[in-house]
Write a protein that binds this ligand. Structure first.
Ligand code: HEM
Length: 505
């Protein structure tokens, strides 16, 4: 059986080589392609550049080949953009042309081939989904409806840590508690519900399935089957696991959250009480026939990955940098004490009075960008960029991390120095008003969640620094900040143990 498969594969590879050579000859004549390493038939540049296309490796390639470069990864064309001007072209000037998302074998499974919003092509379906999600998730009204909940969640973290004597002695993995907080922040918005304990079996199951989804989708292990379709049979086992995880996960969303909310909503409607949560709005759109039940579940899927993990990683990075830069941590604490008065909790309406806190957050998002290559873009049709031809359906990676860490554009970018956002870069905001700094992207496919993420980051980091001195564990002078990159994500490799010494006011 396996021999037969091997034989077929070898034959297929041979046939593909002939086709690839013929196509590249034809293409070479017609197209002026961006520079890049010389591809070989079938594999393209895959054997040269490998699987790990993280922001740092792509930066090294940009230094060799320039601000626009082309990698041929098997059958896939991958264009890497590394200058503010070309990024503006992709995200703004030609935002429609480059406003689609790439497909890949694994994301196709998790998104039902683009029935969601984050990974769907630019067009009617995306427009409808983005419109339907805006009112329940992405307005200032939502912030005002939920900000007290986020403040209470941060305060609950503070209380739990204070109750745990280990926190002030040998330290705790704070991330675990913050993870439940982030689930609660988003599940309050989505379903008007929260989890009381990290041991709640439903929370444990949810967290495990979301974790599996992220690991499977962000891994580089499936690249070979994605780049070289003829090798796809070898990926059968991997794709089977993806399908199982996807099905179990959507079923969990449906049985325990969406259906529960449907039942509750019908009771509430009769009583005519209570404010609507996001799911009530989404279910109304379903009732009107604008979207179907699968779309509803994919919205829940998108929020689980796009909102919870990204914000959690950013909080985790921010705390790690503050532990490793005690003088910055002290300065931040002094600002909060001076502006609010000792012991007065940091709340969302007060954030604008705390410029140093905002600068700490901006600096965290600059140096430790959670999505350093943005979510990959794609051009549905042949296009032009920087004077080059970009073949249809190329994957376009904007190296946003390099834009924000290139010494040609930033003073000592490798330093964690929030002051830059109060001094030489005081006008730069996180909303994309400067093409050197795009932690949330900009333009049509930019992150609509920025309106929630920034206050959640401010309230959480603010309350923690206000209530504790954050230190590395005994015997360690710094936290390990080794990075772990994925297909387009960046998080800290090791979830650090942190000592939190309560302050007395
Ligand atoms: C610190 C936290 C966050 C960061 C750094 C972040 C970053 C990003 C980035 C870089 C993109 C892709 C932009 C592009 O492709 O051009 C994106 C897309 C998206 N984000 Fe966020 N995000 C965060 C939090 C959130 C939150 C809290 C939500 C929802 C509540 C959210 C929802 C989305 C959605 C739905 C998209 C897809 C938009 C589209 O394709 O049209 N994000 N985010």
């Amino acid at each position: 059986m396996d021999l037969l498969l091997l034989e077929k594969t070898l034959l297929g590879l041979f046939a593909a080589a002939i086709v690839a050579i013929a196509v590249s000859k034809l293409r070479g004549k017609r197209f002026r392609l961006p520079p890049g390493p010389l591809p070989v038939p079938i594999f393209g540049n895959w054997l040269q550049v490998g699987d790990d296309l993280n922001h740092r490796n792509l930066t090294d390639l940009a230094k060799r080949f320039g601000d626009i470069l082309l990698l041929r990864m098997g059958q896939r064309n991958l264009v890497v953009v590394s200058s503010p001007d070309l990024s503006k072209e992709v995200l703004h000037t030609q935002g429609v042309e480059f406003g689609s998302r790439t497909r890949n074998v694994v994301f196709d499974i998790f998104t039902g081939k683009g029935q969601d919003m984050v990974f769907t092509v630019y067009g009617e379906h995306w427009r409808k989904m983005r419109r339907i999600m805006t009112v329940p998730f992405f307005t200032n009204k939502v912030v005002q409806q939920y900000r007290e909940g986020w403040e209470a969640e941060a305060a609950a973290v503070v209380e739990d840590v204070k109750k745990n004597p280990a926190a002030a002695r040998e330290g705790i993995v704070l991330r675990r508690r913050l993870q439940m907080m982030m689930y609660n922040n988003m599940y309050r918005i989505m379903f008007d519900r929260r989890f009381d304990s990290e041991d709640d079996p439903l929370f444990v199951k949810l967290k495990a399935l979301n974790g599996e989804r992220s690991r499977l989708a962000q891994s580089f292990d499936y690249n070979y089957g994605d780049f070289i379709p003829i090798l796809r049979p070898f990926l059968r086992g991997y794709l089977k696991i993806c399908k199982e995880v996807k099905e179990r996960r959507l079923q969990l969303f449906k049985d325990y959250f969406v259906d529960e909310r449907k039942k509750l909503a019908s009771v509430k409607r009769m009583d005519n009480e209570g404010l609507k949560c996001a799911m009530d709005h989404i279910l109304e759109a379903q009732q009107k026939g604008e979207i179907n039940e699968d779309n509803v579940l994919y919205i829940v899927e998108n929020i689980n990955v796009a909102a919870i993990e990204t914000t959690l990683w950013s909080i985790e990075w921010g705390i790690a940098e503050l532990v490793n830069h005690p003088q910055i941590q002290r300065k931040l604490r002094e600002e909060i004490d001076a502006v609010l008065g000792p012991g007065v909790p940091v709340t969302e309406p007060e954030l604008y009075k705390l410029p140093y806190l905002q600068a700490v957050i901006k600096e965290t998002l600059r140096l430790r960008m959670a999505i350093p290559l943005l979510v990959p873009h794609m051009n549905l049709h042949d296009a032009k960029l920087g004077g080059y031809d970009i073949p249809a359906e190329s994957k376009i990676l904007v190296n946003a991390w390099w834009l924000a860490n290139n010494p040609a554009h930033w003073k000592k970018p490798e330093e964690f120095r929030p002051e830059r956002f109060l001094e030489e870069e005081a006008k730069v905001e996180a909303n994309g008003n400067d093409f050197r700094y795009l932690p949330f992207g900009v333009g049509r496919r930019s992150c609509p969640g920025i309106i929630l993420a920034l206050p959640i980051l401010g309230v959480t980091i603010g309350q923690l620094v206000q209530n504790f001195e954050l230190l590395p564990p005994p015997g360690q002078s710094k936290l390990d900040t080794t990075e772990k990159g994925g297909q387009f994500s960046l998080h800290i490799l090791k979830h650090s143990t942190i000592v939190l010494k309560p302050r007395s006011f």
